[in-house]
Each structure stands twice: as structure tokens, then as C-alpha cells.
Design a protein around this ligand. Structure first.
Ligand SMILES: Nc1ncnc2c1ncn2[C@@H]1O[C@H](COP(=O)(O)OP(=O)(O)OP(=O)(O)O)[C@@H](O)[C@H]1O
Ligand SMILES: [Mg+2]
Length: 337
């Protein structure tokens, strides 16, 4: 097997790598290599030359920020497959960066630079509210993706099973392990004691396990797979969608459940969460009960699991979300939104 070329931020070695790929013109020089924004999983770089810039993203067999944590090395290729499927639909394509090239041997993507935008993680800070136009764009993109690319419109397989397995562990297993290497009191004092209630809750865990099996089963609809504020980029040309490395054909309810969970954890007004659901259901079918169950599982795992968010919620607010989430999973007829 050929050795993988491990990219770094070093300007000269990036330049020779890009020349080798044919991604630079013969006389083109790299003038700067920058980190375009906060990412954990991959090496994501902005490469500048005298007349243009583009984004280089390499996936490795581990998480870039935590090299001791293994991750599927070829995930950038799954991300590329998503971009290729989306490129058949002009209105979806316009809301994502163009994929300029793929280096299959070294698991590298060459993507259009959408400019110096920030992702929507600022929503987790208190007082930041999405405007209606932004919400519409976010929900319409999801509905167009789900109705536009599914097993009735394409035969392309994209199981992305390794990434799904990784996500499955993080959503459906780790949060409920008594010892998972995370002391919740380091996140927020008092959270460890709260977490113990859920780690000892057999009926909750049974419901979560069943939902996890549903997540692992193949579905009909192409999902972005990680549709939360970190994948929405605020650019000069409006909201763009990035980072579909967790994509797969599954249940639309998973995608929308994740989105609603994040709107709730970002303390968006209740009416806005309802509006998100209304916009989506006016455009695409959705089993709302199933969607709420996925929403609940995501709330539980983001508050109690390893992949923490920069939440502004205090202990009482987190407890209240956890109680509601548990009720949805254990008593599925419960109304929450
Ligand atoms: N095409 C692009 N144009 C401009 N900026 C980009 C582009 N792609 C990524 N970025 C910037 O780089 C950051 C990291 O990118 P991305 O989310 O794709 O990487 P990642 O390693 O998969 O991150 P994560 O660990 O959050 O999954 C983004 O938040 C964004 O700020
Ligand atoms: Mg990512």
C-alpha cells in the first residue's frame, strides 16, 4: 500500500503537494496557509496564492484535535461522495462549496473557499436568535435534500457505516456508561450527580438502544448527518452548508431531530422551534414522534456525553431539558416542542 502523505501547515510542503496533484498552475506560488475556522475532526486549511484561495481538508485515522482517538481514515471520501450526489441538483449545490477535486490516495478534498465566515455556534450564546430568513434557508435545504436525493432518485450507495458506528457510540452508548472518561462536574459543577440518574435509568436505556438500532439501519433518504449550527456557515452570500462527513441514507427524522435539539439547546424561542418544524413539514413528510425521539436522544448526549457544546444553559436549564427528553423517550405520547 502506498504511504499516505500527511499534510501540515508548512507552506513549501503544501505547495509541492498541490503541484503534485495538479491543483496549482505551474508558476503559481502558495502565499499563505491558514486555519479557516475551529474544527476538531480533520486537518482543514485555507490555502492562498497570489490570485485565489481554496480549502484543503484531509481526514486521517484519528481525530485531528485528539490524536489518541481513532476515527475512520477515509471519511473525507464519504464527504466527497455526498458533494458528488448533491452536484446533480443545482439549488442544493449552490448552498454548499463546490468540490474542486479529490485525492483518493491521501483522503484529501479540495473545496471552494466560501470566505472568512463563522459557523452558527454563536447561537449557543445567550441572546443570539436566528432570524426567520435564516431559519427558512436551513429548513428548506434539509427538505430539498431529503426530497431530492433518496433511493427513488438514485441508486448510489452511501452507507458510511464506519462513521455511523462512531456516531452511534457517541449518541447512544457513551453518555450512559458510568465510566466514560468524562467528569461531568468539569463541564458544570453538579452535572455529574444529575448524569448518574440517567446512567442508572434502565427504561430510558432500553428506549435509547432501540432508537440507536434505527439509526444504524439503512433508510431511503440522503442525510447530511450532522445538521447542527457547526455545519451552517454565515457567509457574505448567506448561509452555506458544510461538513457532510457523517452523511448516509437514513431517516429524515434523525436529521430534523438533531436540528430541533440544537435549536432547543441554543435556547431559541419556542415559537422558532415550532416554525422550524412547520417549514419542514410544509415541504417534506415527517414522522413527528420519531423525530422527537431523535431530538431527545441528541439533547441527552450533548448534555451528558463526550461531544460537548459551548452551551450557556445553567444547571437548572440543563436538568429541565433532560427531564423533557427522558419523558419523550420513555413515554412517547408526551408533547414537547
Ligand atoms: N469551504 C469552506 N469555506 C470557508 N471556510 C470553510 C470551508 N470549509 C470549512 N471552513 C471553515 O473551517 C472550519 C472547519 O471545517 P469543517 O467543519 O469542515 O472541519 P471538521 O474538521 O470536519 O470540523 P468538525 O470537527 O467540527 O467536524 C469551519 O467551521 C469553517 O469555519
Ligand atoms: Mg466535521
Amino acid at each position: 500500500m502506498k504511504d499516505i502523505q500527511q499534510l501540515t501547515t508548512d507552506r513549501t510542503s503544501i505547495e509541492s503537494y498541490l503541484k503534485g496533484q495538479g491543483w496549482l498552475n505551474l508558476d503559481e506560488k502558495v502565499t499563505a496557509v491558514e486555519i479557516p475556522g475551529a474544527g476538531n475532526m480533520n486537518l482543514t486549511l485555507r490555502v492562498k496564492t497570489s490570485n485565489r484561495s481554496f480549502i484543503i481538508k484531509q481526514s486521517r485515522g484519528y481525530v485531528e484535535k485528539y490524536p489518541q482517538v481513532a476515527a475512520p481514515a477515509e471519511r473525507a471520501l464519504r464527504e466527497a461522495e455526498f458533494y458528488e450526489l448533491v452536484s446533480t441538483q443545482e439549488h442544493l449545490k449552490q448552498q454548499m462549496p463546490t468540490l474542486n477535486g479529490v485525492d483518493v490516495d491521501n483522503h484529501v478534498l479540495n473545496l471552494e473557499d466560501l470566505g472568512d465566515g463563522v459557523d452558527y455556534s454563536f447561537l449557543y450564546q445567550r441572546g443570539n436568535i436566528l432570524n426567520t430568513g435564516e431559519l427558512e434557508k436551513i429548513m428548506q435545504f434539509a427538505a430539498s435534500l431529503h426530497t431530492g436525493i433518496n433511493t427513488t432518485t438514485t441508486t448510489a450507495p452511501l452507507p458510511n457505516r464506519e462513521m455511523r458506528k462512531l456516531n452511534h457510540e457517541h449518541i447512544f452508548i457513551y453518555p450512559y456508561l458510568t465510566e466514560n472518561g468524562l467528569d461531568l462536574d468539569d463541564i458544570l459543577p453538579g452535572l455529574r450527580k444529575v448524569g448518574m440518574i440517567y446512567k442508572k435509568d434502565a427504561s430510558l436505556q432500553k428506549a435509547v438502544k432501540m432508537l440507536g438500532e434505527r439509526y444504524l439501519a439503512d433508510g431511503k433518504t440522503l442525510l447530511h448527518g450532522d445538521y447542527f449550527p457547526g455545519s451552517w456557515l454565515k457567509t457574505e452570500k448567506g448561509i452555506k452548508i458544510i461538513d457532510p462527513e457523517f452523511c448516509f441514507f437514513g431517516d429524515a427524522e434523525f436529521e430534523i431531530g438533531i436540528t430541533l435539539a440544537h435549536l432547543k439547546m441554543a435556547a431559541q424561542p419556542k415559537a422558532l422551534t415550532q416554525k422550524a418544524l412547520d417549514i419542514y413539514t410544509s415541504l417534506a413528510p415527517l414522522d413527528i414522534e420519531l423525530c422527537k425521539r431523535f431530538m431527545a436522544a441528541e439533547i441527552l448526549r450533548r448534555i451528558l456525553g463526550l461531544a460537548q457544546l459551548p452551551l450557556s444553559l445553567d444547571l437548572e436549564e440543563r436538568k429541565s431539558l433532560l427531564v423533557q427528553a427522558r419523558e419523550i423517550l420513555v413515554q412517547p405520547n408526551n408533547k414537547l416542542l
